[in-house]
Ligand binder design. Structure first.
Ligand SMILES: [Zn+2]
Length: 340
């Protein structure tokens, strides 16, 4: 590319014509002045710009005007080491790097976005329920994690760890003696609340049942005809009269349970509703959700309900009454379903 120092040529032409120095140019005579290399600065720091075919001469400052005393090599060194504009192109990409690093972050944020719906897709992650839980703080913490609405109750005769639970429990409603009864808070041992959570998961997940009709939990009394306290006295038992599904199918122990001579699971069934009732009873027993399960097969006193309780060391369903289990049920006993 042909470049011409129009400035110098113009100065030489003027000088040749007039023999005078360029006005305002204090430097040495232009005669013999070497053209600076392309794009380089002359002593004044003026940089020639390729004017091309244009008649316009463009001159700009090179930025080296402040280092006139240095030789070219020093100037180059300064230009390299000091003049920041030359550094900027080096630094800029480095500075732009983090920005560029930021760019992929939305892509990186992709996986979390994928992760977020997972709990929604898979439903709530069920809190594990241990096979056994100690009463007190450990049990309270557990039912808290299980989503049970409760408050720690005051000292209650016979009850080791009394809590007042407000149903529904694990999505299952509890009504006393009638499907139209309003739900009320229920006083129970915390460990029974854990068992009801476990039962609620099964009722809803397996049979689509979300309503339980019960005949009481806490009742401080002895077993009829004896002196031993019932598990109801410890608030570790519940009498269940029936179940109802979300589609309003009812499973009444009194009306639908068909008695048989069988005393162990599986219990033979006569129809679908009877089968469901017996499957529930046997699941309660097999899963050890309750240690004692008494059905109408047991005796006439349980014709209208399942008695289920948490008698320690027991695993019983059916025919033979172990010590300390359910006394005869009476609609007149003074059961309590809350702590008043
Ligand atoms: Zn009972």
């Amino acid at each position: 590319m042909r470049r011409i120092s129009w400035c110098l040529l113009l100065a030489a032409w003027i000088s040749a014509c007039s023999g005078d120095e360029l006005p305002g140019h204090p430097g040495p005579p232009n005669e013999g002045h070497e053209l600076p290399p392309d794009g380089a600065a002359d002593e004044d720091g003026a940089v020639e710009i390729d004017a091309g075919d244009s008649d316009v001469l463009v001159v700009r400052d090179s930025g080296l005007r402040d280092v006139p005393a240095m030789d070219a090599r020093s100037a180059d060194a300064v230009a390299t080491d000091v003049v920041t504009p030359r550094d900027r192109p080096v630094d800029a990409p480095a500075e732009a790097g983090p920005s560029r690093m930021d760019v992929p972050r939305p892509a990186d944020a992709g996986p979390p976005r994928v992760d977020v719906p997972r709990p929604l897709d898979t439903g709530p992650i069920a809190v594990p329920i241990p096979a056994a839980v100690s009463p007190g703080a450990a049990c309270h913490a557990l039912i808290q994690r299980l989503g049970v609405r409760f408050s720690v109750a005051g000292a209650t005769r016979g009850v080791v760890d009394p809590v007042t639970v407000t149903p529904p429990i694990e999505g299952v409603h509890y009504r006393y003696a009638s499907w139209t009864a309003a739900e009320r808070p229920m006083l129970m041992d915390c460990r029974l609340a854990v068992a009801l959570v476990r039962m609620g998961r099964e009722l809803r997940g397996r049979w689509n049942i979300d309503d339980v009709q019960h005949l009481g939990v806490y009742n401080y009394r002895v077993i009829a005809g004896g002196t031993r306290l019932s598990q109801h006295a410890y608030a570790m038992a519940i009498d269940i009269a029936g179940f109802r599904s979300t589609s309003r199918t009812t499973y009444s122990v009194l009306s639908d349970f068909v008695e048989t001579s069988a005393s162990s699971c599986p219990l033979p069934a006569s129809n679908a509703v009877d089968r469901t009732l017996k499957e529930i009873a046997c699941w309660m027993y097999d899963s050890r959700t309750f240690n004692i399960v008494l059905t109408p097969n047991y005796n006439a006193l349980h014709r209208d309900h399942y008695h289920v309780d948490l008698t320690a060391g027991s695993h019983f369903v059916g025919a033979e009454l172990p010590e300390g289990v359910d006394p005869p049920h009476s609609p007149f006993y003074d059961f309590l379903i809350d702590d008043d």
